[in-house]
Design a protein. Structure first.
Length: 223
């Protein structure tokens, strides 16, 4: 790691100090290019080191505010493991507090480790985060197989249910659940919206969204 501050440090400082949504999104696009140019891509895939907060918190929020905030709204991040993870001050003074959680984190770790090591990776394992470690080890040694859309969708429903259990004692305005949505075309996720909604209906958050990347960014409201 370089001893001098760089663009990523400056980006984090700006986010903690607060900026407009327009400025945040412009800086975010630059910083994604920066991490690739600086050889930080592997760490970003694994959500490790300096880019962990960028991967786990900033990227999901960027997807959210593109659709659900005005460019002149104010945004700031804690970046210190406290809650909420991010706040947005909307026009008229309304404050939106946002928490972000990650579904299928163990699957992401295994898949992205394979991608970093070999240059290619399977997109889907079909294992939930509560599966035993030996199941992940066994699956990663097996040949890649095709899965149906229904299998993929229902594994995501299970992963969202796990996140909901972890957040059952939390409350707030907006919860974003980051999910590996690249496993299906973007339009297919609408088919699973009612089943995802069922898993989060008892949460105390006013709104819940699943976010991720398919052939485009997705921010799907499920509560």
């Amino acid at each position: 790691m370089a001893s001098e501050k760089d663009d990523l440090d400056d980006f984090y400082t700006a986010l903690k100090g607060g900026t407009t949504v327009a400025s945040f999104l412009k800086k975010y696009e630059h910083i994604i290019e920066f991490i690739h140019e600086e050889g930080l891509t592997e760490g970003y895939r694994l959500a490790r080191g300096r880019v962990k907060k960028l991967c786990d918190e900033v990227s999901p929020v960027a997807r959210f505010v593109r659709e659900h905030a005005a460019l002149e709204d104010r945004i700031w991040f804690a970046l210190d493991d406290t809650t909420p993870d991010c706040c947005v001050r909307h026009g008229g003074g309304r404050l939106r507090e946002i928490e972000v959680t990650v579904a299928q984190a163990r699957e992401r770790l295994n898949v992205m480790t394979e991608l970093n090591r070999t240059g290619t990776a399977r997109g889907y394992l079909g294992l939930s985060d509560d599966a035993p470690k030996e199941d992940f080890v066994r699956r990663m040694t097996q040949p890649r197989v095709a899965y149906s859309g229904e299998e993929v969708g229902h594994s995501m429903i299970r992963s969202v249910a796990i996140c909901a259990r972890k957040k059952s004692n939390s409350q707030g305005n907006t919860l974003l659940i980051e999910v590996p949505l690249q496993t299906l075309p973007a339009n297919r996720w609408d088919d699973f919206r009612p089943h995802l909604a069922e898993k989060v209906k008892e949460l105390a958050f006013r709104e819940v969204y699943v976010t991720g990347r398919s052939e485009r960014d997705i921010c799907l409201k499920i509560k």
